[in-house]
Design a binder for this molecule. Structure first.
Ligand code: PLP
Length: 304
């Protein structure tokens, strides 16, 4: 079972010249491998499943080749000695997953892969039906780990230490994290989700999960999920030198650059206190650098 950690998660101020104050909550430090929001999204999902004492527990989940969720689920499997099947997007990876840092680590953690074509991967309902017919007792966790139970788990990212902020910010992929923050925020707090994927259905999804409309979703700027710009890599490197806080290029780096951009452009009223959640994802830096190097592009100059 995942336990609520007893170490305190630090909130650190990011000193800037803006007329607002920016802070970051280091949820990435919650667990060395089940990092950030993934820990909380898994929390009720896996604990309720294990509480039901399944005879032969098995976890099944989905993800892309660099997925933080796949990394976290596999680490969970290793820690609790539970077999895990990862349904992985892209059957071209079937022959060379060993070169992919996320997948090779997941395999060392004991994850078994089932590679599917990008087309088949689109129909996750069908895949879920097929896998639950084959493994009726397995816990199947959706892509990105987002569902009602995941949204419930996000409540633990909030507490007395987060009540004093005017804005709560997070990167948004599948929407569960933003929905949880929205659901459990104080009445006078506003939630800003920075979307790293262009998906117009996310607003409705977040609203459904959260039941509130205290949030706004803003595009990070890139045209598609996973795209890494040189500008963002430079920002991440500068941020690390300046504040000694590592950010990843898929979620938290984009979120923080956008928050800086919004602060610079007067989006937040003067004097606002803004809290950004560091949701982890640092395991993805190795794979991102591998890709950037192959294209002769600037690299993230630290690796975790
Ligand atoms: C590092 C990181 N930040 C943010 C997110 C976005 O969370 P969600 O998919 O709940 O929107 C994810 C995806 O889980 C992630 O891996």
């Amino acid at each position: 079972m995942l336990q609520i950690p007893d170490h305190k998660i630090p909130i650190v101020e990011i000193k800037t010249d803006f007329d607002v104050r920016i802070f970051i909550k280091r949820e990435d430090l919650i667990h060395p491998e089940i990092s950030g929001n993934k820990f909380w999204k898994l929390f009720f999902n896996v604990n309720q499943y294990l509480e039901s004492k399944p005879e032969n527990p098995l976890l099944i989940s989905f993800g892309g080749a660099f997925s933080n969720h796949i990394a976290s689920v596999s680490a969970f499997g290793r820690q609790f000695d539970i077999p895990i099947i990862g349904i992985i997007r892209g059957n071209e990876l079937g022959n060379n997953w060993q070169n992919n840092p996320t997948l090779s680590k997941a395999s060392k953690n004991g994850m078994q892969f089932f590679f599917v074509s990008r087309d088949d991967y689109q129909d996750k309902e069908k895949l879920t039906r097929e896998f639950s017919a084959k493994y009726p007792k397995a816990l199947i966790i959706p892509e990105g780990g987002s569902n009602d139970r995941a949204v419930q788990g996000i409540q633990y990212m909030l507490g007395n230490d987060t009540k004093d902020f005017d804005y709560l910010c997070t990167a948004v992929g599948t929407g569960g994290t933003a929905a949880g923050i929205s659901k459990f925020a104080e009445d006078d707090q506003k939630v800003i989700g920075i979307k790293v994927v262009r998906d117009d259905s996310l607003e409705n999804l977040v609203k459904q999960w959260s039941g509130r409309d205290n949030f706004e979703l803003i595009n990070a700027g890139e045209s598609r999920y996973g795209k890494i710009s040189d500008e963002n890599v430079r920002f991440i490197n500068w941020f690390y030198q300046e504040y000694e806080i590592p950010l990843d290029p898929i979620y938290t780096g984009k979120m923080m650059q956008k928050i800086f951009n919004l602060a610079e452009n007067g989006f937040f009223p003067k004097g606002s206190k803004i809290l950004a959640f560091h949701t982890g994802g640092l395991q993805g830096i190795k794979g991102a650098n591998q890709f950037l190097e192959s294209k002769n592009r600037p690299l993230i100059d630290f690796e975790m």
